[in-house]
Design a protein around this ligand. Structure first.
Ligand SMILES: NC(=O)c1ccc[n+]([C@@H]2O[C@H](COP(=O)([O-])OP(=O)(O)OC[C@H]3O[C@@H](n4cnc5c(N)ncnc54)[C@H](OP(=O)(O)O)[C@@H]3O)[C@@H](O)[C@H]2O)c1
Length: 239
């Protein structure tokens, strides 16, 4: 089985690890990247890399056209691209808030809506949204990010109800702290405080998120929809 898979933000971090597992499974994988050059490693594995800023509907449309042309309609979508702009509420500008929501929530809406066209026609599809434990727990200095990630749960669950009868599943993965560029900005002191709250006492590796995404896209997960799967070392237990 070789499906047409799209991973947004698949050029680094968690998205890159997700792209790799689908390639290893023999799927036709496309990634989007926003800046720089896509990793040579993926290109040599035959991955289609499409430049696309998910805050721009026209770029999303063009990316889908190219993917459909080369791989056929997207059957598995992993909406992974996301940003942080952390600061305390008193210092948070409207732009800090709006740009995080525009990428993490509205950007996800743009790519999911466009993928749905082909999934409806095919009468099947798998959509996995990458949220965060922070969307469930909250975090001081991350009101914009937490709000955008919490919103993905309501978004996915509404679509799970709306499109379940069309054999399209929508699930959310909520990672805890993962070793990527996004968390490299934290100080040693901040890391130590976080680790005290993680029962497993360590950060996740991106591959540990990727394996859960791969499961949700597999036949073994055919009866799972509207679920929020924590991959957080126990940090968010009970939420
Ligand atoms: N790392 C963690 O601890 C952690 C925890 C929970 C959830 N997450 C979530 O997991 C996802 C991936 O995180 P990560 O740690 O791998 O982050 P990362 O290393 O910072 O990578 C973010 C990815 O998103 C892409 N991106 C950002 N804005 C975009 C836009 N407007 N259009 C298209 N692509 C855009 C980036 O592209 P460029 O390379 O072009 O910038 C990059 O590929 C994010 O949604 C994040 O919120 C991360």
């Amino acid at each position: 089985m070789s499906r047409s898979v799209l991973v947004t933000g698949g050029n680094r971090g968690i998205g890159l690890a997700i792209a790799r597992v689908f390639v290893e499974a023999g799927d036709k994988v496309a990634i989007t990247y926003r800046s720089g050059e896509p990793p040579q490693e993926l290109i040599s594995l035959g991955v289609l890399a499409v430049r696309c800023d998910i805050t721009d509907s026209e770029q999303v449309e063009q990316a889908y056209k190219e993917i459909e042309d080369k791989h056929g309609a997207v059957e598995v979508l992993v909406a992974n691209a996301g940003i942080t702009k952390d600061t305390l509420l008193m210092r948070m500008s409207e732009e800090d808030f709006a740009s995080v929501v525009d990428t993490n929530l509205t950007g996800t809406f743009r790519v999911v809506k466009r993928a749905n066209r082909g999934m409806l026609r095919a009468k099947k599809g798998r959509v996995v949204l990458i949220s965060s434990v922070v969307g469930l727990l909250g975090a001081a200095g991350q009101a914009n990010y937490a709000a955008s990630k919490a919103a993905l749960v309501g978004f996915a669950r509404s679509l799970a109800r709306e499109l379940g009868s069309r054999n399209i599943t929508f699930n959310v993965v909520a990672p805890g702290f993962v070793d990527t560029d996004m968390t490299k900005v934290l100080t040693d002191e901040q890391r130590a405080v976080i680790m005290q709250q993680v029962p497993l006492g360590r950060y996740a590796q991106p591959e540990e998120i990727a394996s859960v995404v791969s499961f949700l896209a597999s036949d073994n997960a055919a009866y799972i929809t509207g679920a929020v799967i924590p991959v957080d070392g126990g940090l968010g237990m009970g939420h």
